[in-house]
Design a protein. Structure first.
Length: 198
């Protein structure tokens, strides 16, 4: 099975006020953290879709395909299509987002193993009843992904095929936590300190 990976890092982060991928968490930018959790050996190709020159440089430095999204205002659906165009011969695709600072590489590897054992299903990370990213889509859902428009993303495809969804259960819910604002990043730092007993 040709499993591909698409890191979606093209959003403008308007709620954050500045480019949130440059924000720091535990000594690394969000962009660096997102790239570090990708287990490249698990994928036949990795595509990073972004509007930011610095992220393009970081992606290339790791041997990933760097895809420029020159129209991020068109929404997440354009990022999805650009990534899929770069990985046309994939049998399945994992989609990651770049604003989950606590996501661990080991969790991504474990989710991939879970998917390989259930290759006909949609697989997403979860904790209890909460669903999050990354998500893995077998080829039979590619047409639905390509049919998305504007800011509709993979969640819409999952909602339309909920009977095909399996959740890969995480022990640490904070791995699912995405940050769309400075306040949310600050809150995640506080929660991490509490978790570490600081």
């Amino acid at each position: 099975m040709k499993l591909g990976c698409i890191l979606m890092a093209a959003g403008s982060g308007s709620r954050f006020g500045v480019n949130k991928l440059d924000a720091m968490f535990e000594g690394k930018t969000l962009a660096e953290r997102a790239l570090c959790v990708i287990p490249e050996g698990e994928f036949y190709k990795v595509a990073v879709v972004t509007q930011y020159p610095r992220v393009i440089e970081l992606a290339k430095s790791r041997g990933f395909l760097a895809i420029e999204n020159d129209r991020p205002e068109d929404g997440i659906s354009r990022t999805i299509r650009l990534g899929m165009d770069a990985l046309k011969d994939a049998d399945a695709l994992m989609f990651l987002v770049a604003d989950q600072p606590k996501l661990r590489r080991e969790s991504v590897e474990a989710e991939i193993a879970y998917f390989r054992a259930n290759p006909d299903n949609l697989v997403a990370m979860g904790h209890g009843t909460r669903r999050g990213n990354p998500a893995i889509f077998p080829k039979r859902f590619f047409e639905d992904l390509r049919g998305l428009y504007e800011d509709s993303g993979g969640s819409e495809v999952i909602r339309n095929h909920s009977e095909d969804l399996l959740l890969f259960e995480l022990e640490d819910e904070l791995e699912l936590y995405d940050v769309d604002s400075v306040a949310e990043l600050t809150r995640l730092k506080e929660l991490t300190k509490e978790q570490n007993g600081a």
